[in-house]
Design a protein around this ligand. Structure first.
Ligand code: XMP
Length: 524
């Protein structure tokens, strides 16, 4: 089998908002790539052995003192280079051209670029022909602009606010575009990136789901040999795909521990057992720890305290189970590529703590087990794709995210079993209604929140004095910001009636219309 990493694009990150998108688009072309910060070591550049290089956009100005620069080693390489936005301006600056800053030249959002001349990247591409001139509809986001080109370059694109919106040095296969091909608003963006990585860099498209699986299976076998591996299976996408992948690679050498903490959704534990143990033959130990978790949470109403208790109880329970298994040498984790990039970035920055997120994947570091992380190179969409190819049900693979502390952060204040039981029923009605009305995949995350306050209601001749739930559904790209989903009123009306009619202990249903910020997605 050909090494799927043998052809690879190096993406140099200047801190752009859309750098990860560039990487995802390159992967979609079937080519492996990695993101590295602009100040990476010279040896990293050499060892990477890139088939081509993409320089990302970034928030700074190339002409400001001390602004990020392209590593010298890259400028000395002979492989194709594509500079995007800041990346293009950095090329211009460092190769002897001129970039100018002027507020009046800013260009944000839609722009039209008129193409001219010969350029392997943009030849024969257009969204419109305006009296013989090829025009591209693109998305721009820049303050500075290129005023004069370095030797050997020619301008091949112009927009209203950027006389040089695209440039090329055909002899050196070096390209610069002021616009962002990685965002979908640039209509021909995917095609431009595909041309760069496949035609210009000569990559073959080896990075396919089937090849990724074969490669991962081989590396897992090589890494763990005949040793036994332990995995905390939560039923979420990442740990589920790790389970399926490890099972394919090493079968019975894998043992999964699934901790039922009593804070899961309706029938969730049974579904996990059915999918993995019954259908796939994976060895799964189910630990019923509901009582232990509910006892630990008794009397605790502070959200951060609840998160910490749930997190540390999880570790206790998991360790107790792990201790019973004698031959385990490895701990498998569902770390994915964005986690790797973010933890590299946060090792220098100072991230502000809003909530201490607890992930089932974030396991004890003192377990003295070696780590196996077969998803470390993959983006979430790649994880999902291989999950489906490994035979996991798409309802599991395309599920909305579910927080590690589960219903523990969706029952406001103290958590009790009766509250969790009521919430499970209401949430199930909401989620299955979304599925029934074909709305589930149109929202990024949806769930129900239990409010331990009582409200008056009336049913027939009777008066009710009972609990309140709130429905929450959001639309978001990255979960950092979100807006409440504009669900149809008729739909909300149906869900509200079904909940109040079938769950007597609920007297009122509300819909949360707050966006993030200022709210967060979860209520606690
Ligand atoms: P917030 O509420 O911070 O949520 O806007 C953003 C995303 O993160 C999920 N979330 C968590 N995930 N452990 C997790 O694994 C947590 O403690 C946690 N808290 C929030 C939330 O569901 C949303 O998708």
């Amino acid at each position: 089998m050909q090494d799927i990493h043998s052809q690879r694009i190096l993406i140099v990150d200047f801190g752009g908002q859309t750098t990860q998108l560039i990487a995802r688009r390159v992967r979609e072309c079937g080519v492996y790539c990695e993101i590295h910060p602009w100040d990476m070591h010279a040896e990293t550049v050499e060892a990477f052995n890139a088939s081509g290089i993409i320089l990302s956009g970034g928030p700074e100005s190339t002409i400001a003192q001390g602004s990020p620069t392209i590593p010298e080693q890259i400028l000395n390489l002979t492989v194709p280079v594509l500079g995007i936005c800041y990346g293009m301006q950095a090329l211009v600056n460092q190769l002897g051209g001129q970039v100018q800053a002027q507020q009046s030249h800013s260009e944000f959002g839609y722009a039209s670029v008129a193409l001219q001349g010969a350029c392997a990247l943009l030849d024969n591409l257009s969204d419109r022909d305006e009296s013989g001139v090829r025009e591209l509809d693109v998305w721009m986001s820049h303050g500075d602009r290129v005023e004069s080109l370095p030797d050997g370059f020619e301008a091949v694109g112009t927009s209203d606010n950027a006389p040089i919106a695209a440039m090329v040095n055909n002899d050196k296969n070096c390209f610069g575009i002021q616009f962002h091909p990685e965002v979908t608003h640039t209509v021909k963006g995917a095609q431009i990136l595909e041309r760069f990585v496949l035609d210009i860099c000569g990559c073959d498209g080896l990075w396919t789901s089937g090849n990724i699986i074969d490669n991962a299976v081989n590396s897992i076998r090589k890494q763990v040999g005949n040793d036994e591996v332990l995995l905390a299976l939560s039923g979420g996408v990442d740990s589920s795909v790790v389970a399926a992948l490890l099972h394919k690679a090493i079968g019975k050498q894998l043992t999964c521990v699934f901790v039922d903490n009593g804070l899961l959704r309706l029938n969730e534990g049974d579904t996990v057992m059915q999918t993995f143990a019954q259908n796939m033959g994976v060895k799964v130990i189910r630990v019923d720890a509901e009582e232990q978790f509910l006892n630990g949470l008794k009397g605790v109403s502070d959200p951060e305290a609840k998160r910490k208790i749930i997190g540390s109880l999880f570790i206790d329970v998991f360790e107790q189970e792990a201790d019973k298994l004698e031959n385990v040498m490895w701990l498998a984790q569902g770390t994915i590529y964005p986690d790797v990039i973010e933890s590299a970035a946060s090792s220098t920055g100072s991230a502000h703590l809003i909530k201490s997120h607890h992930n089932v994947g974030g396991l004890p570091s003192n377990m003295r087990l070696k780590l196996v992380e077969p998803l470390r190179e993959l983006f979430k969409d790649e994880v999902r794709r291989i999950g489906v190819d490994l035979g996991l049900p798409s309802s599991m693979v395309y599920r909305h995210p579910f927080p590690g502390p589960g219903l523990g952060v969706r029952i406001l204040g103290e958590v009790t079993k009766p509250y969790a039981d009521i919430l499970r029923l209401a949430d199930d009605i909401f989620i299955s209604s979304l599925v029934k009305h074909d709305l589930y995949d149109k929202v990024s995350q949806a769930f129900t929140v239990f409010l331990p306050v009582k409200s008056v209601g009336v049913t027939g001749d009777g008066r009710r004095y009972n609990y309140v739930v709130s429905l929450r559904a959001v639309e978001t790209i990255d979960f950092m910001t979100a807006r409440a989903a504009h669900l149809p009123y008729d739909f909300l009306d149906e869900v509200s009636r079904t909940i109040c009619n079938s769950i007597p202990s609920i007297s009122r249903v509300t819909y949360d219309i707050s966006s993030k910020p200022p709210a967060t997605i979860e209520w606690e």
